[in-house]
Design a binder for this molecule. Structure first.
Ligand SMILES: *Cc1c(COP(=O)(O)O)cnc(C)c1O
Length: 462
C-alpha cells in the first residue's frame, strides 16, 4: 500500500503523546521538562519535513522514530558535560584530560568524605581547627620542610606568594625563566597582577649569581627561580642553582622562592629522568617551594607550598588565601596520595608511575590482543613502536619507548571523530595517515570497553 503524504501528516502525534511515552521516562529524570518539550517539537517538525520530502513512515515506526530523534537531541545536549575518557594518546599528564589519574586509594577517600567530614574541626576537642591540618603535616614531613600550605593550583600558589611577600616591591628573575606555563599564563602578567615589579637579570641563555647580587637592593622583595618544566634549553647555557641562590648576600626579609612546577618527590633517575626534587630544594635552603599536586605528585589539582614556617604562616593569614583554599574532596585525595608517597608505594599505587614503569613488552602484548579483535576488512591494523610522553608541561624532551596499535582506513578523520564522540570517549593520536592508540596510558580495567567501542566504531565508520 502506498502511503499518502497527507494521511501520514495527519498521523503525526501531539507533543503530549510523545512526552508521555515510556521510552522518555528516564530522560525526564535527567532533563528539565522545558528541554524535553523543545526537543519533541523539533523532532516532530523534522519528521514533518521528511514526509513532505517524500520519505515514508508507517504509523508505528513514525512514533518510534520521533522518540529516537528526541533521544539524539538529548544526547547532543550532554556533549559538553564531563564524561569518562579513555586516553590512548600516550601522553600521561594530558592537561586537557585532567592531568594525573588518581590512585584507587584517593578515589575511595573522596567517596568516603564527599558528604560531611571534619574539614575544620578537631573531633577530640570539638573545637575548630585548621583546614587540611593532617595533609599539610604529612607533606611537610615528606619534603623535609617546616610547614606546608595547600591552594587550588600552582598558579594560585605563585600569585599568593608574590602578592603576600613582594607586593609593591621588586622580584628578581632570570631572563631565561620568564616563561609561559600554558593556557596563556605568562609570568610577567602574573607579576603585574600581583602588584609586583619585575626585575629581569641576565640573558636568555646565561645568568650568573653576580647578576642577582648586583640587582639586590632595598627595593627587592623576593628572588624567584622558575623551573623550566615545559621546555628545555641546551647548548651555551648556565644559571645558578637554588643552592647558590640561597648564598646571596641579602636581608633575611628577602626570601628565595623556588617555583618547581612539576613537583617531583621521588627519585626517577632509574628511569633516566633527572627532575629537580622538592626535597633537594628544601634542604638546599629555599625559603618557599611551590609545585602542582597533579603533575609528578600524581594527585588532584592543587598547588602545594612548602618551606620555612614564618613565610608559610604569612601566606596562610593573607586575605587572598580565603579565595584560594581547596575543598574537602581535593584535600581527601591529596591526603591519600601523600600517604602513598610517605609509605613508598608510588610505583605500586599511583597510576602515573604504573604507566611509567610498565614494560614495553607489556604494552606491545596489549596492542597485539587489541589488534586480534579488530574487524579486518575495512582497516589495516598493525602494532608499531610509539613514543609516550609525560606532557602536562612536565619533563620536556623525555621520550618513553612504547607501542601503539596503528589503524589505516579510507576515512581516518571520521573514525577519530566517532571514537571521540561515543561513550566512553576514546582519544587517539593521528600521524602520517595513521590513527595511533598508544596503550601505555590505557588502564588495564579499560581494555575491555576500549575493545568493544573500537570494534563498533570500525564496523560503522571504517
Ligand atoms: C605547571 C606549572 C605551573 C602552573 O601549575 P598549575 O598547577 O597548572 O597551576 C607553574 N609554574 C611552573 C614552573 C609549572 O611548571
Amino acid at each position: 500500500m502506498e502511503l499518502n503524504p497527507i494521511r501520514q501528516l495527519s498521523q503525526l502525534p501531539a507533543v503530549d503523546q510523545i512526552l508521555r511515552s515510556k521510552a522518555l521516562a528516564e530522560l525526564a529524570l535527567r532533563f528539565p521538562q522545558r528541554h524535553l518539550t523543545k526537543w519533541t517539537r523539533t523532532s516532530i517538525e523534522n519528521h514533518r519535513q521528511q514526509i513532505l520530502r517524500g520519505e515514508e513512515h508507517t504509523p508505528e515506526n513514525l512514533l518510534e522514530s520521533i522518540v529516537s530523534g528526541v533521544m539524539q537531541l538529548a544526547q547532543q545536549d550532554t556533549r559538553g558535560s564531563l564524561q569518562r575518557v579513555i586516553n590512548a594518546t600516550g601522553i600521561m599528564l594530558h592537561t586537557n584530560l585532567g592531568r594525573s589519574p588518581l590512585a584507587e586509594r584517593a578515589i575511595h577517600r573522596i567517596r568516603e568524605l564527599a558528604a560531611y567530614t571534619n574539614l575544620e574541626m578537631d573531633l577530640t576537642s570539638g573545637n575548630r581547627n585548621r583546614r587540611g591540618e593532617r595533609v599539610t603535616r604529612m607533606i611537610a614531613e615528606l619534603t623535609g620542610a617546616e610547614d606546608c600550605l595547600v591552594v587550588n593550583n600552582c598558579a594560585a600558589a605563585t600569585i599568593l606568594a608574590l602578592q603576600a611577600i613582594a607586593a609593591g616591591s621588586e622580584v628578581i628573575v632570570s631572563r631565561g625563566q620568564l616563561v609561559e606555563i600554558g593556557g596563556g599564563f605568562r609570568l610577567p602578567d602574573v607579576f603585574r597582577s600581583a602588584g609586583v615589579t619585575l626585575c629581569e637579570v641576565g640573558t636568555t641563555n646565561r645568568t650568573y649569581l653576580r647578576d642577582y647580587q648586583t640587582h639586590c637592593s632595598d627595593a627587592t622583595g623576593a628572588i624567584l627561580r622558575v623551573h623550566r618544566s615545559n621546555f628545555a634549553q641546551v647548548g651555551f647555557v648556565s644559571e645558578p642553582g637554588i643552592e647558590q641562590l640561597v648564598t646571596l648576600k641579602k636581608p633575611s626579609s628577602v626570601p628565595v622562592i623556588d617555583d618547581l612546577g612539576s613537583g617531583c618527590v621521588i627519585d626517577l633517575s632509574s628511569f633516566g629522568i633527572h627532575e629537580p626534587m622538592v626535597q633537594d630544594s628544601v634542604s638546599a635552603g629555599a625559603d618557599l617551594c611551590l609545585f602542582s599536586g597533579d603533575k609528578l605528585f600524581g594527585g588532584p589539582q592543587s598547588g602545594i607550598l612548602v618551606g620555612k614556617s614564618g613565610w608559610i604562616e604569612r601566606l596562610r593569614s593573607h586575605p587572598l588565601m580565603r579565595a584560594l583554599r581547596p575543598d574537602k574532596t581535593t584535600l581527601a585525595a591529596l591526603e591519600a596520595t601523600t600517604e602513598i608517597h610517605l609509605s613508598k608505594q608510588a610505583l605500586e599505587e599511583l597510576p602515573l608511575y604504573q604507566m611509567l614503569s610498565r614494560s614495553e613488552t607489556s604494552v606491545r602484548q596489549a596492542c597485539e590482543r587489541l589488534a586480534t579483535g579488530i574487524p579486518s576488512s575495512a582497516v589495516k591494523a598493525e602494532v608499531v613502536p610509539s613514543v609516550s610522553q609525560f606532557g602536562g608541561g612536565s619533563v620536556p624532551g623525555v621520550e618513553i619507548s612504547s607501542f601503539a596499535l596503528s589503524l589505516r582506513t579510507e576515512a581516518n578523520e571520521s573514525l577519530v571523530t566517532a571514537m571521540r564522540c561515543g561513550t566512553p570517549a576514546i582519544l587517539a593520536r593521528q600521524a602520517n595517515d595513521q590513527v595511533l592508540l598508544d596503550l601505555r596510558t590505557v588502564l588495564p580495567h579499560e581494555m575491555e570497553s576500549l575493545q568493544t567501542r573500537l570494534s563498533d566504531c570500525i564496523r560503522e565508520h571504517g
